[in-house]
Structure formats: structure tokens, C-alpha cells
Design a protein around this ligand. Structure first.
Ligand SMILES: *Cc1c(COP(=O)(O)O)cnc(C)c1O
Length: 399
């Protein structure tokens, strides 16, 4: 019998939207035309040179890319390896999310859409969406749980100032899941003129692939910058936090097929993996369908989605994107869970060592540095997904 060597990347999405056993498009029939229109067009739109030119120009002049790759000398000395920080916190609006919303608004324009709808939990994705809608002059409707509107007032004010309409989701637990349901309903009722901007590498195909492509600018830049600074394009480790997984997907993307680069994902353990107050999806979850794709999610014995908990709103999600489920399942990625307390400690540590206050989400990635079996010669890139100004009131409770 002939043996064959598999040279095809097993981390690229298939035509039907699968990464290994995960992904796909498990959607109600009424949503099919919208998702299908996007699926049939997104690759051609993105490949168009005019699209690429406009995308890159906005990333450069509006977002502020390329973001620096910063050698953190004092952190390196403390950890005992060479640590670089990919400074997504310096993007316009303070995090990586805008890379995706810029890409999607350009897709929406080319599909002839006049209105944008999105859901938001803590408000970060809502702000990134409202920002690009203002930039392009498109109507913007953001669904947000009533409870989240109370909890996240500064971001609600930002969205309104940017011209978005924030609509409260009053059903269920009045949080992200309910906002998602209402945004979906809105899209079903307005299929012709509306585009739905999903904020992470989650949802039905083609969203996880489309969002990963827009965020892949992060690893594209890392390779170039590392070549300049270290005379090598690949680090030994890339570390990123995972909520839905978009900053991690972007930071991992151009290293997926190089197994010598270890891909490290940090999940939120909340108060502890086994406390019942956690968002450590791979530690606690099982395969199932969430928001239109087959993935790993936290659920009860009878398949009800478990309410997640994390100190950081951006990691407070009961699932992960299907690419990450596949990285976990195949062993290509290593997943660590980080408690609230350890994340906060890592946030203070970076602030005092390097003069950079990281987002609480990002602090989870930084905390993993203490867990890795690092050697002095190792080169590590941490995706610094966002800045911590939004989290000051939480941090200062620990002072
Ligand atoms: C939203 C957010 C995250 C989590 O989202 P991903 O899709 O997993 O990247 C992480 N960091 C920051 C700063 C965020 O705003």
C-alpha cells in the first residue's frame, strides 16, 4: 500500500466552512439567504485589488498600522526569555477589534448594504462597529442587553456619540446572548439592505474565516518585524487570549502550518475552573452548536449553554471559534486557563515593568508566561490585544 504525505494545510477552512470536526453553518432557514449571499461573495470581494488597496490604506492612515513589535526588556529579564509585545493596544479605539470592522464595512459597501447591525456585550465590538459606520456614513444599530447597558455606560455613551442607535435586548438574561438573538432577528427581517458585523471568529461560515483573514494582518506584520529584529520570521511561541478567538486567530494565522511555532491560547478560568464561575471553554466544554457553528462550548448534561463568568467582559463567552476548537482537538494549540486573580497580577506586573496598562483580557495572555517551559534562547510574541483604560475601575479594586 502506498503511503501519502499530507501537504495540504489542515487548518484552512473547507468549502463548507469546517476546521476538522468544527465549524459549518447551522442556521435557521430564514437566515440562509443572508449568509449565502456573503459566502458566495466574500472571497472575491477580499481578493479584489481595489478592496485590498482601500483596506490597507485605512489600516495605515486610520487604524495606525503597522502596530509596533516591542521588545519588553524588563519583562524578558523577569521571565527569562526574549519577550516581544505586539501592540494592538495602539490601534485606533484601543484594541484589535477595529481590524475586523474595517474589513467588514468594506465588504458591506461592496454588497450594496446601507445599514449595519451588530450585537455587543461589554460594548467594545459595538464601539468598533459604530466607529467604522461613522467613518463610512452608514446607519448603525447595536443590540445590547439591558443589563449590559447599565453596566457599560461609558461604551454606550461612545456608541451614541458616534451616531449609533443602541437598542436594549430585554428578553432572557438581558445580556450578550439575548442581544445576539435580537440582532439575528433584525437581520432576518432586513435581508436586502443590512449587513451583520460579527465581532469575533465565531458564527456560521463564512464569518470565522472572514474575520480570521481580516485579523491575520497581525501575524503578517509579526513575521516582517521579527525578521528585522531577530533575523528570523518565526518565534518559538505566540501567546494570545481567547474570548471568541479573533486576536488569537490573527496572531496565529501565518504560523499555523509551522509546527515548531507553539501556539498558546489563554482562556479565562474566572474564579477557578471548577468553581462554577468560569469561562474556561476547553477545560469545561464539550462539542455542540453555538451561534451557528459546531464548536466546543460550556453546557449542562442536557445541552443547555452554561452561563460563563470572567472578570474580563471580552472573555466572558461560553464557546470558542471553530478554528480554536480544532487547534485544541488536534493538539496544534496549547490551552491554558488563567484565574481572575492571576490575570490582575499580570496586569499590574506589566504596568510597573514596562509602563503599559493592558486590557484585562490581554492580562490573561501575559499570566501564561509564568506557566510556559521557557528557555533563555526562546523568542516569544504576546499579542497585546488591547489597552487597559476601560478596566481601571476593576484594577483599582485590587490596589
Ligand atoms: C474583545 C476583546 C478580546 C476578546 O475577543 P477575541 O475575539 O477573543 O480576540 C480580547 N482582548 C480585547 C482587548 C478585547 O477587546
Amino acid at each position: 500500500m502506498q503511503t501519502t504525505v499530507d501537504t495540504q494545510s489542515s487548518f484552512e477552512v473547507t468549502d463548507k466552512g469546517f476546521y476538522g470536526h468544527f465549524g459549518g453553518a447551522f442556521i435557521p432557514e430564514m437566515l440562509y439567504p443572508n449568509v449565502e449571499e456573503l459566502r458566495q461573495n466574500y472571497l472575491n470581494i477580499i481578493a479584489d485589488p481595489a478592496f485590498q488597496a482601500e483596506f490597507w490604506q485605512l489600516l495605515t492612515d486610520y487604524v495606525g498600522r503597522p502596530t509596533p513589535l516591542f521588545l519588553a526588556k524588563r519583562l524578558s529579564a523577569q521571565v527569562g526569555a526574549t519577550i516581544y509585545l505586539k501592540r494592538e493596544d495602539l490601534c485606533h479605539t484601543g484594541a484589535h477589534k477595529i481590524n475586523n470592522t474595517i474589513g467588514q464595512i468594506l465588504v458591506a459597501q461592496r454588497l450594496g448594504k446601507k445599514r449595519i447591525v451588530a450585537e455587543t456585550g461589554a460594548g467594545q465590538h459595538g464601539v468598533a462597529t459604530a466607529t467604522v459606520c461613522a467613518l463610512m456614513g452608514l446607519e448603525c444599530i447595536i443590540y445590547m442587553g439591558s443589563i449590559d447597558i447599565e453596566r457599560q455606560k461609558p461604551n454606550v455613551d461612545r456608541m451614541r456619540m458616534l451616531g449609533a442607535e443602541v437598542r436594549p435586548a430585554k428578553s432572557g438574561s438581558q445580556t450578550l446572548k439575548d442581544a445576539t438573538n435580537e440582532a439575528m432577528r433584525h437581520w432576518i427581517n432586513n435581508p436586502v439592505d443590512t449587513h451583520y458585523i460579527i465581532g469575533s471568529v465565531v458564527g456560521p461560515h463564512p464569518y470565522p474565516d472572514m474575520v480570521a483573514r481580516f485579523q491575520s494582518v497581525i501575524s503578517e506584520e509579526i513575521r516582517k518585524q521579527l525578521l528585522e529584529k531577530e533575523s528570523r520570521e518565526t518565534p518559538d511561541y505566540v501567546v494570545a487570549c481567547v474570548g471568541g478567538g479573533s486576536n488569537a486567530a490573527g496572531a496565529f494565522f501565518h504560523f499555523l502550518d509551522e509546527p515548531q511555532v507553539r501556539l498558546i491560547a489563554a482562556e479565562a478560568a474566572g474564579q477557578g475552573v471548577n468553581t462554577g464561575h468560569s469561562a474556561a471553554t476547553t477545560a469545561l466544554g464539550k462539542p455542540g452548536v453555538l451561534h451557528g457553528s459546531r464548536t466546543i462550548l460550556m453546557q449542562t448534561e442536557d445541552g443547555q449553554v452554561t452561563e460563563p463568568y470572567s472578570i474580563s467582559a471580552g472573555l466572558d463567552y461560553p464557546g470558542i471559534g471553530p478554528l480554536h476548537a480544532h487547534l485544541f482537538d488536534s493538539g496544534r494549540g496549547d490551552f491554558y486557563s488563567v484565574t481572575d486573580d492571576d490575570a490582575v497580577k499580570a496586569g499590574f506586573n506589566l504596568s510597573k515593568l514596562e509602563g503599559i496598562i493592558p486590557a484585562l483580557e490581554t492580562a490573561h495572555a501575559l499570566a501564561v508566561l509564568n506557566e510556559l517551559p521557557l528557555r533563555k534562547s526562546d523568542v516569544v510574541v504576546v499579542c497585546l490585544s488591547g489597552r487597559g483604560d476601560k478596566d481601571l475601575s476593576t484594577y483599582t479594586k485590587y490596589l
